[in-house]
Design a binder for this molecule. Structure first.
Ligand code: PLP
Length: 405
């Protein structure tokens, strides 16, 4: 490949494939080995030592065992790292496995057990932090409270931008990274699942780590559960031993599908975003909708364009009819699928308070009238017609309820 800086669309198609021509292959090979032949005990032992210490397999030692290393996974990691402008990436069996490894690596081994977490967060992340399960104490706060929440034993600052499910943006460079840097050497992790590297690169904004539930846009077809953290080499060296010890490495078939998904990621995100922009604008005029939550709307700090290269393809709505209306819409859609998850080629709708954010403390849980929509690649007019019919059903439910009083 040419050594000048390539456009991200070109990187998405070609990264992690540099050696294929020399292998005489066009598609990425999948290595399903669970174990690897050892050249001799000494070299095998050295390789084991290198990888359990967080390093790479030495050329003369083999890869030893697939819980430590897998070349198909490593290809996907190289490709994702390049898209995230990161020196390295470490892939896991789920987004939550990735988050768990980050938390363990930064707390259990450092003696610092405090984490600052900016709400809103994905319900699973919020639950993990709130549960105390990993011996972590979390302070949940708003974006402007980060500086005041940091303590001498703070190991990590965690945030999502856009946040799940109501899509608030945080000013990552000014309000988080700069503020945290003033407080000392505390790493910042941005969950970049919703924005994807197509729209945002957290490491360029001062974050140490960019985490993805790769289950979502990176895979893009609803057929892989995976997680990945893009970061510097030193952080990758902290994460890999935790991944090896806890057995959280991604399966090579998943890595293959994710790597294939990356090739179309920029095109998918742009097309889904174009649909979402139209749908968000249409929903803003609908009488059953009290508020549309979409990053392009009410962006008074100008973060779209400056921080995030587009508003994305996630849209949430607060319905005037509250839970009853939300329930009627979720049950009435026909083109959208009523299902959790997001970021795939097909449109999904779900009720965060009942599902993805169910384990969140009541005071931080999304309200009962909120629905979250993941906009897919279908025709925008078909999606609008589907929502129009479902919102009409919700209005009938609200009127019937009103008539009973
Ligand atoms: N982060 C965000 C923003 C998510 O939406 C999710 C899952 O929905 C996760 C992390 C967890 O990822 P996974 O479900 O792949 O474990």
């Amino acid at each position: 490949m040419p050594d000048h800086l390539l456009h991200p669309d070109t990187v998405a198609v070609h990264s992690g494939r540099e050696d294929l021509a020399a292998l005489g292959a066009h598609a990425v090979p999948i290595d399903l080995s669970s174990t690897y032949p050892l050249p001799d005990i000494e070299h095998g032992g050295d390789a084991y030592e290198a990888m359990t210490g967080g390093g790479y397999p030495p050329a003369d030692g083999g890869m030893v065992y697939a819980r430590l290393w897998n070349p198909t996974v490593a290809r996907f990691e190289r490709a994702l790292a390049e898209l995230e402008h990161a020196p390295a990436a470490v892939a896991f069996s789920s987004g939550m496995a990735a988050m768990t490894a980050v938390l363990l690596a930064h707390t259990a081994t450092t003696g610092r057990a405090h984490v600052v977490a900016v709400r809103p967060l994905y319900g699973g992340t919020d639950h993990l932090l709130d549960s105390g399960l990993l011996g972590i104490e979390a302070t949940f706060c708003a974006e402007h409270e980060v500086a005041a929440s940091i303590r001498p034993d703070t190991a990590l600052v965690i945030l999502e931008s856009p946040g799940n499910p109501t899509l608030e943006l945080a000013d990552i460079a000014a309000d988080i990274a700069a503020v945290v840097a003033q407080a000392g050497e505390v790493p910042v992790l941005v969950d970049n699942t919703f924005a994807t590297p197509v729209l945002q690169n957290p490491l360029d904004l001062g974050a140490r780590m960019s985490l993805h539930s790769a289950t979502k846009y990176l895979g893009g077809h609803g057929d892989v559960v995976a997680g990945v953290v893009a970061c510097d080499e030193a952080t990758a060296e902290m994460l890999r031993p935790v991944r090896a010890i806890t057995g959280a490495i991604l399966h090579p078939l998943g890595a293959y599908l994710l790597h294939r998904g990356l090739a179309t990621l920029p095109t998918r995100v742009r097309a889904q975003q174009a649909n979402a922009e139209r749908i968000a604008a249409w929903l803003s005029t609908h009488p059953a909708v009290e508020k549309v939550h979409y990053p392009g709307i009410d962006d008074d700090r100008g973060l779209i364009g400056r921080q995030q290269r587009g508003a994305g393809a996630m849209v949430s709505i607060s319905l005037r009819g509250g839970f009853a209306a939300a329930s009627a819409v979720a049950s009435s859609v026909e083109v959208f699928t009523h299902a959790v998850s997001l970021g795939g080629v097909d449109s999904l709708i779900q009720h965060p308070a009942a599902l993805t954010h169910r384990p969140v403390a009541p005071e931080a849980r999304p309200s009962a009238g909120v629905l979250r929509l993941s906009i897919g690649l279908e025709d925008a007019d078909d999606l609008i017609a589907d929502l129009d019919a479902a919102l009409a059903a919700a209005t009938r439910v609200a009127e019937a309820e009103h008539a009973t009083f």
